[in-house]
Design a binder for this molecule. Structure first.
Ligand code: ADP
Length: 259
């Protein structure tokens, strides 16, 4: 139920009553949940064939000796666009999830990191980027595992996407009594600090990404920020042009929250 209230005052400005409007939003919430489920199912169905397309293009390009330069060039275009579709599918999933409230609970962050690394492994190998994790286990946060898993996936896939071959992506985490900090650091192209301050704005893309013609919609980080804020947490970015980027997510611990 959503409520709105207004005081009623007489001509002298004295309070004489109030109007309270109750709105039953059950239908809306149900529709949003159904929408998310649909998007999530569709994304899942899109992801497998796209990964198969990308895997096969990789295999063909790895053994491209018998192919003409024009064929290799055309396959590159197919590869780039398939990667772009895969990224858009991820953004769609995130967008649908950010529309909903989060359901935080006592969650082990080290488990989420392990899952995220597992699902990013193929992307990292394709991009010749090493994935390293440095996270104590267990590390308890008050987090919705699905949403924070999506946020982490987004940071890790960006870190790989914006890193040249031979780069390293490091995921580390540490906790205090009140906060858990989860950090994704890369050795990639980075961006100017004034751009780093704007990356959480919807549709914003840094000059470095546009100059390098790396495809993207500029949506993922704004959605990721919404997910963190719904947890009472935060996300920050520090970067330098050519010097890699560091994204830090802060989440409350179970003991800092009245559960
Ligand atoms: P997308 O990557 O689809 O463009 P995001 O919202 O995920 O959208 O990121 C916004 C912008 O922030 C990107 O376009 C890019 O310019 C910059 N960015 C994000 N992550 C990194 C990173 N790890 N290294 C360098 N730039 C990044």
């Amino acid at each position: 139920v959503s409520t709105a209230a207004r005081p009623l005052k007489n001509d002298d400005g004295h309070l004489t009553g109030a109007v309270v409007v109750f709105n039953d939003v059950t239908g809306l919430v149900e529709a949003m949940a159904a929408n998310e489920e649909l998007v999530s199912n569709v994304s899942h169905e899109f992801r497998s064939p796209l990964n198969s397309i990308l895997g096969n293009i990789d295999l063909v390009l790895e053994d491209s000796d018998g192919l003409s330069a024009l064929t290799v060039q055309r396959l590159d275009v197919v590869q780039r666009n398939s990667e772009r579709l895969l990224a858009l599918v991820s953004d769609l999933t995130l967008e649908a999830s950010a529309a909903l409230n989060v359901h935080p609970k006592r969650t082990d962050i080290s488990g989420l990191v392990e899952t995220s690394i597992g699902s990013a492994q193929a992307h990292a190998e394709r991009s010749a980027v090493a994935l390293v994790a440095n996270v104590p286990s267990p590390l308890w946060a008050y987090a919705d595992p699905l949403r924070i898993g999506q946020a982490l996936d987004n940071l890790v896939s960006n870190a790989i996407k914006y890193s040249p071959d031979g780069g390293t992506v490091t995921i580390s985490a540490a906790g205090t009594e009140d906060w858990v900090k989860l950090v994704v650091r890369d050795t990639g192209m980075g961006m100017a600090p004034e751009d780093a301050a704007k990356v959480f704005s919807r549709f914003f893309r840094a000059e470095s990404a546009r100059d390098a013609a790396i495809p993207g919609a500029g949506l993922g980080l704004s959605i990721t920020k919404t997910i963190l804020e719904r947890h009472g947490g935060a996300i920050a970015c520090a970067s330098a042009l050519g010097g890699g980027s560091t994204f830090t997510m802060t989440l409350p611990t179970p003991s800092s929250t009245t559960m």
